[in-house]
Write a protein that binds this ligand. Structure first.
Ligand code: OVM
Length: 405
C-alpha cells in the first residue's frame, strides 16, 4: 500500500475525563474546547477518539460500515468485554441482523401508527395540567409533577405493561444510560439494583404479561407473521422499556427549562401553538438529552490527516455537534423557535436514528399544547438541579412558577 504524504500535524489530545462530575454538571466549555482543538481529539484517559464537530459527528453516524455498533455503543468494547446484559437487537447490532427488528419497530412507532394515540394523549395532557395546577397551585417542581408524570402516564400504557412495578422504569433506564460510560461511581451506585431491575424489565417483555393491544402486542404479532423470531420479540420490547422513558422525561424537562428561561419564546409559542413540535426539536438540539454515543472503527479510518486504528472506539459528542457554530451559526447557543432545527443529531442520524422520535414528539406536542392553553407565563421558582448521568443531560429538579392565563 502506498501512503500519501499527509501534513505531519500532531493529533490533538486531551486528558479531561468527559464523564467526571465537573464536566457532566456543565459540559459546554469542554465541548467548545474539543471542537476548537480539531476534527478529532485523542482522549488519553480512555484511549478513544473524540468527534465534537457537527461535520465529523454526522459523518460517523451515517457511516455504519466504517463505524460499527455491534461492538457496543458505550466505552466497553464487546470484541473483548462481556456486555452487562444481552446486547440490544437494534442499538448494539449491525446490518444485516439489525434490519428486521428495526423495520418492525419503525412501523409500530411510525407516524401513521401513532395517529390513533394523538387525540387521547392530547386529552390526557390537558387533564394532567388541570390536575397539577389544582393540586399544587402555581409553584411546583416540574420534574415529578409534569415531565416524569406525563410520560409515565401515557407510555407504559401504550406499550401495554401492567401497573405493578412501573417505578422501576426510570431507575432501569438511568442505569442503562450510565452503563455506556466508564465503570465510575455513577455505575457503581446503580449496580446493587441491576439484578432486580433487569429481572423486572425482562418479565414485562413476555407475551402473557403484555396487554392484548399496544406496542408490546404489536411486536409479538410481528413474530407471529415471521417478521422477527419469537426469541427476538422480548428483546425488542426491552428496547422500548429501556430507551423510551428517561429520554422523553429529560427531553420534556429540557423544553420546559428552555421556556422558563426564555419568556419571549413562550410568548411566541402561545401565539402559535402549532410550533410545539419545532420547539421540542429545538430543545433537543439545544440540550441534547442524549449527549454521547460511541462507535467502533471496523478498519483503519483516515480522518483529518490522522488514522483511527481498526477496533478503536470513537466517542461522538452529539451535544457538541448540536451547538457547533460552523453548522448553526454564531447564535448556536440560543434557544430560538425561529430557527430550523432539522438536521440536529440529538436523535442521531442514519440507520440507528431514534426509532421512538415520533413518540417523543407526540408527548411533547401534547404537554406543550396543554400548557400553552392554560399558562400565560412560566418562570423558574428556584435554581434547577442537574441529575448526573454518564450519557443523559438530565434533571433532578426544575422548580417553576406558572401564571394561569
Ligand atoms: C435499546 C436502546 C436503544 C437506545 C438507547 C438505549 C439505554 C437503549 O435498544 O435497548 O439506551
Amino acid at each position: 500500500m502506498t501512503l500519501t504524504a499527509e501534513p505531519a500535524h500532531d493529533l490533538p489530545t486531551s486528558d479531561v475525563d468527559p464523564f467526571c462530575p465537573e464536566v457532566l454538571e456543565d459540559p459546554l466549555p469542554f465541548h467548545a474546547a474539543l471542537r476548537e482543538a480539531g476534527p478529532v481529539v485523542h482522549l488519553r484517559r480512555y484511549d478513544v477518539f473524540a468527534f465534537a464537530r457537527y461535520e465529523q459527528v454526522r459523518a460517523a453516524l451515517v457511516d455504519w460500515q466504517g463505524f460499527q455498533s455491534a461492538a457496543g455503543v458505550g466505552l466497553s468494547n464487546f470484541r473483548h468485554e462481556k456486555p452487562w446484559r444481552p446486547p440490544s437487537l437494534l442499538l448494539e447490532a449491525d446490518p444485516p441482523r439489525h434490519d428486521a427488528p428495526r423495520r418492525v419497530l419503525q412501523k409500530i412507532l411510525g407516524p401513521r401508527a401513532l395517529r390513533k394515540l394523538h387525540e387521547a394523549w392530547l386529552a390526557d395532557a390537558d387533564r394532567l395540567v388541570d390536575e397539577v395546577l389544582d393540586a399544587q397551585g402555581p409553584e411546583f417542581d416540574a420534574v415529578p409533577h409534569l415531565t416524569e408524570a406525563f410520560p409515565l402516564r401515557v407510555f407504559p400504557d401504550a406499550v401495554g405493561i401492567p401497573q405493578e412495578g412501573r417505578e422501576h422504569l426510570l431507575p432501569y433506564g438511568d442505569h442503562a444510560f450510565n452503563a455506556f460510560g466508564p465503570a465510575n461511581e455513577l455505575v457503581e451506585k446503580g449496580a446493587p439494583r441491576v439484578g432486580e431491575l433487569s429481572a423486572w424489565v425482562a418479565a414485562q417483555c413476555a407475551r402473557e404479561v403484555l396487554a392484548p393491544e399496544g406496542f408490546g402486542a404489536d411486536i409479538w404479532a410481528a413474530s407471529d407473521r415471521g417478521d422477527i423470531t419469537p426469541e427476538q420479540a422480548p428483546l425488542v420490547v426491552r428496547s422500548l422499556l429501556t430507551a423510551g422513558v428517561d429520554t422523553t422525561v429529560h427531553g420534556l424537562s429540557a423544553v420546559l427549562c428552555a421556556f422558563a428561561t426564555h419568556p419571549e419564546q413562550w410568548r411566541r409559542l402561545r401565539e402559535e401553538p402549532g410550533l410545539a413540535r419545532v420547539a421540542f426539536d429545538e430543545a433537543v438540539r439545544w440540550e441534547s438529552p442524549v449527549q454521547t454515543f460511541f462507535r467502533t472503527a471496523t478498519r483503519d479510518v483516515p480522518i483529518g490527516g490522522h488514522v483511527i486504528p481498526d477496533g478503536h472506539k470513537i466517542l461522538m459528542f452529539l451535544g457538541a455537534a448540536n451547538r457547533d457554530p460552523a453548522r448553526w451559526g454564531p447564535d448556536a447557543d440560543a434557544f430560538d423557535l425561529a430557527r430550523d432545527p432539522s438536521g440536529h443529531v440529538g436523535f442521531g442520524m442514519g440507520i440507528h436514528q431514534c426509532v421512538g422520535q415520533h413518540v417523543a414528539r407526540l408527548e411533547a406536542e401534547a404537554l406543550l399544547t396543554a400548557l400553552a392553553r392554560r399558562v400565560e407565563t412560566i418562570e423558574l421558582a428556584g435554581p434547577p438541579r442537574r441529575h448526573l448521568n454518564n450519557t443523559l443531560r438530565a434533571w433532578e429538579a426544575l422548580p417553576v412558577r406558572l401564571r394561569p392565563a
